[in-house]
Design a protein around this ligand. Structure first.
Ligand code: ADP
Ligand code: ADP
Length: 228
């Protein structure tokens, strides 16, 4: 589903991604792990089309990301949900309105929006918070709202950028449980970018360990950790 082949990326004269080759299959929960500066965010931004790459190829559903035309980019973005460390919710909007926003932008009818938002509120177990604003929520609840918002346009892929890094261990566990649940119920492919090895051990079936812009190791999580 995501095929990364021999990708090189430079910032000025500095090469920050070196010969990256990774294959992510449909329905997988795949971890991209490494210390700060390893190149995780840069790779993620190459995957979601926000950053170009100098050499190599990134195919998503067989299409080269850096060659998409404006019309294809629109569809491409619809197919990629994203969640972040600091949630990126709009403070002046309610939970309901935050989740509804992508659907509004795409011009869905009110009744379609209402059906979808309520379905997602149910999925992330926040039906009783629909009218609250983000500042009235805990960190875990905010991330649940962000997850619901990321799923509104029914993407095939969910990219999680340090999604549990701002959360305590107990809340982290509940968010990871929710991601597992979403992966199983909806069959969504999930890419988890994190510096937290425990997160990878908890939910990722496969993992690539990045170091200094290179893939140090890549394979089944269980096998990799047996050898460590
Ligand atoms: P990680 O997400 O693993 O912490 P990054 O992808 O953010 O790593 O960074 C990888 C390397 O690229 C680092 O050395 C960082 O300083 C460098 N880098 C990231 N973004 C830029 C940029 N816009 N311009 C120049 N160098 C950058
Ligand atoms: P409008 O969005 O044009 O103001 P609506 O009657 O659709 O009119 O909704 C008014 C507000 O009520 C919405 O913006 C939303 O915050 C809230 N709302 C609508 N439906 C629900 C719902 N099922 N659960 C919680 N809040 C809702």
């Amino acid at each position: 589903m995501i095929s990364i082949k021999e990708v090189n990326k430079n910032f000025g004269n500095t090469r920050v991604l070196k010969d990256i080759s990774i294959d992510i299959d449909k329905g997988e929960i795949f971890g991209l792990v490494g210390h700060s500066g390893a190149g995780k965010s840069t790779l993620l931004r190459c995957i979601n089309g926000l950053e170009s790459y100098n050499e190599g190829s990134i195919l998503i559903n067989g299409k080269e990301v850096k060659n998409l035309n404006p019309k294809e980019i629109r569809e491409f973005r619809k197919n990629l949900g994203m969640i972040f460390q600091h949630f990126s919710l709009l403070e002046r909007l309610t939970v309901y309105e935050n989740i509804a926003l992508p659907l509004k932008c795409w011009g869905y009818s009110k009744s379609k929006i209402d059906k979808k938002v309520n379905e997602l509120l149910n999925l992330v177990d926040l039906e009783d918070k629909a009218k609250n604003r983000p500042k009235q929520l805990s960190g875990g609840q905010k991330q649940r709202v962000a997850i619901a918002r990321a799923l509104t346009l029914e993407p095939e892929i969910l990219l999680c950028d340090e999604a549990t890094s701002a959360l305590d261990p107990k809340t982290t566990k509940s968010i990871l449980e929710l991601l597992k649940d979403i992966n199983q119920k909806l069959g969504i492919t999930i890419v988890v970018v994190t510096h937290q090895m425990e997160v990878v051990k908890e939910i990722c079936s496969k993992v690539a360990i990045l170091k200094g812009g290179e893939v140090q190791e890549c394979g089944d999580t269980e096998e990799l950790f047996l050898n460590h």
